[in-house]
Design a protein around this ligand. Structure first.
Ligand code: SAH
Length: 225
């Protein structure tokens, strides 16, 4: 799977993809992540990519030409399944969306800044608009990194233990069960006996029950869905 991320701050996206599971996915050749500097596609000498909003008001607006030039360059090289714009007024990211996107081949992600991007970019090029939650950040880079992380860990072969993504919260519509590791007792706080019993069937039943209980307590809305 290939991601092309278009941004004015490429350096902001160096670290998130250079470690752990995302790094491993790239080394294994399962995911390719390319970051493009939007300013490289600006025609003017100053390499500016934003301008004042028509109609007045505060904040700068990112212009259509540099985005169009970069997107069209990429599209001339290969076909894309989705062009995603990260935006607070998009559909809120969830595990279903991550699952669906993990089956795609090539995805472009646009990161906004300032007031956002010219509406015509959204109308003409964008196929999906995703928010990472009901709050406003300064740029789309961290949201883009979150989307890529959520997708890549779902691609078969990325996680060593294939079942581990399947047992995570939301994957089966439930939150995950409580987890413990050594020591079995710390300052009088004990790990539930059942987990030390070695009885796999009983442990699985306990985990199922805990998942349901936790979901009922914390996210009853998931059970209604
Ligand atoms: N004026 C816009 C906010 C612009 S914030 C509005 O009110 O909706 C600048 C950029 O940060 C956006 O273009 C977007 O790419 C990114 N961004 C900010 N908050 C985000 C969120 N919750 N989810 C996804 N992207 C976000």
């Amino acid at each position: 799977m290939r991601f092309d991320i278009i941004t004015v701050l490429p350096s902001l996206l160096e670290s998130p993809f250079a470690h752990s599971i995302l790094q491993r996915a790239q080394k294994k050749g399962i995911a390719e992540i390319h970051v493009h500097n939007l300013r490289d596609y600006a025609k003017n000498k100053q390499k500016s990519v934003d301008d004042y909003p028509y109609g007045g008001g505060s904040g700068m607006v990112m212009q259509i030409e540099p985005f169009a030039a970069c997107i069209e360059q990429l599209q001339s090289e290969r076909a894309y399944d989705e062009i995603i714009y990260m935006t607070p007024d998009g559909v809120t990211l969830n595990q279903d969306i991550a699952n669906e996107l993990s089956t795609k081949g090539n995805i472009i992600i646009l990161c906004g800044h300032y007031k956002g991007i010219d509406q015509r970019i959204r109308d003409i090029f964008v196929t999906k608009e995703i928010s990472i939650g009901d709050y406003v950040l300064s740029g789309g880079e961290l949201p883009a990194a979150i989307v890529v992380d959520a997708i890549v860990r779902l691609i078969p072969g990325v996680l060593n233990d294939e079942t581990s993504a399947l047992s995570d919260s939301f994957q089966d519509g439930l939150l995950d069960a409580p987890i413990y590791t050594r020591p079995a007792e710390w300052r009088g706080h004990k790990v539930p006996d059942i987990l030390l019993s070695g009885n796999e069937a009983k442990i699985n039943a306990w985990r199922d029950e805990q998942q349901l209980q936790r979901t009922q307590e914390r996210r009853p809305d998931l059970l209604n869905d």
